[in-house]
Design a protein around this ligand. Structure first.
Ligand code: CIZ
Ligand code: SF4
Length: 328
């Protein structure tokens, strides 16, 4: 008799065949969701891969903006987001024309190297205030925000993207930590937004010191969504895919991982002879964990939830993504 889990996995695989579908899982998804996926990766990697595959349906196990990116790059495929409530609070911290509640605290920045723009403004306000200054949108933004931006970036290529732009100033949205990282590593004046990921921002320099004391000799890998004073203590700062590459090719055997704990699954699977410790055990994104095997089955059964970016937004959003892809 197959176990309930086995039956559920079999049912999903059957649906996948019947519907000519592929399942994509972000690096932060639950272990069992990653294990049933055809591809596991970062948001852009997944959307780009999906665009090259001949299939009718993409089940995107991630958060809302990621499914939008898949729809932007694969307009003729049906993109399903199994949990419609799985959003990214950081992506929702900026909108094209609706202000969000003000948040003024600046943990970790006694002397920020970039000007962080107050939060009661909209993207249109900031563009109006700095006419002609290019806008770089982190991939963690809605399709509508990408459509109003000049170029996208990821956490792996932000420095290269910022440096590629004309003029001495650049508007970077929405993550202030990523923007401060860009300010630290380029000669541009960065006009940053007061957005943040609360999973990454909760890490303090004391956490890094404690983890290093517990695991002396381990290398610290940190995601640029962490605070700048945390990044300054890291051995290597990069995206999730960058961490996978770095850990795979490094001679080091032990690593402290400063990003969402879901990445540990792949790191351990792909490097069984190496040791990985989370920088903080509570770096867990509740939105990423909303998707379960049951939600994937429901997505297939109910053809839900279809994420379709309208053409008027898709075309300019795609232009911003393509500009980034042209320079990396
Ligand atoms: O773009 C992504 O996939 C995110 C949110 C994180 C990363 O560094 O891969
Ligand atoms: Fe958004 Fe942070 Fe969750 Fe990534 S980990 S989806 S940036 S809230």
């Amino acid at each position: 008799m197959p176990s309930d889990l086995q039956a559920l996995q079999d049912e999903i695989l059957k649906f996948k065949q019947e519907k000519n579908a592929i399942i994509l899982a972000h690096n932060y998804q639950r272990d069992e969701v990653q294990d049933i996926a055809d591809y596991v990766g970062d948001s852009l990697e997944l959307s780009r891969t999906a665009a090259t595959i001949d299939c009718a349906v993409i089940v995107f196990c991630g958060v809302h903006f990621m499914a939008e990116s898949a729809s932007i790059l694969s307009p003729d495929k049906t993109v399903l987001l199994p949990e419609v409530e799985a959003g990214c609070p950081m992506a929702d911290m900026i909108s094209v024309d609706a202000p969000r509640p003000v948040r003024t605290s600046f943990p970790g920045f006694s002397n920020p190297p970039a000007f962080v723009y107050p939060a009661e403004f909209t993207l249109r306000d900031i563009k109006q205030k700095y006419p002609g200054v290019p806008v770089v949108a982190y991939v963690n933004t809605t399709a509508a925000v990408k459509a109003e931006s000049d170029i996208c970036c990821t956490s792996a290529n932000v420095v290269k993207v910022v440096e590629s732009l004309p003029g001495d100033s650049v508007i970077c949205i929405p993550d202030k930590n990523l923007s401060l990282w860009a300010a630290r590593n380029t000669n541009k004046k960065i006009i940053a937004w007061d957005g943040y990921c609360n999973i990454h921002e909760r890490v303090t320099p004391e956490d890094v010191e404690q983890a290093k004391a517990l695991h002396p000799g381990a290398l610290v890998l940190a995601h640029p969504e962490c605070r700048l004073d945390v990044l300054e203590l890291a051995d290597h700062v990069t995206s999730t895919s960058g961490m996978l590459r770095f850990a795979g090719s490094s001679d080091a055997r032990e690593f402290i991982i400063g990003t969402e704990v879901g990445l540990m699954h792949r790191l351990r699977k792909e490097n069984p002879d190496k040791l990985f410790h989370p920088l903080r055990k509570d770096m867990l994104c509740p939105n990423m964990k909303k998707t379960t095997l049951q939600s994937i089955r429901r997505a297939f059964r109910e053809n839900s939830h279809v994420i379709k970016v309208p053409e008027a937004i898709r075309v300019p959003a795609r232009r911003a993504l393509d500009r980034m892809l042209d320079i990396i």
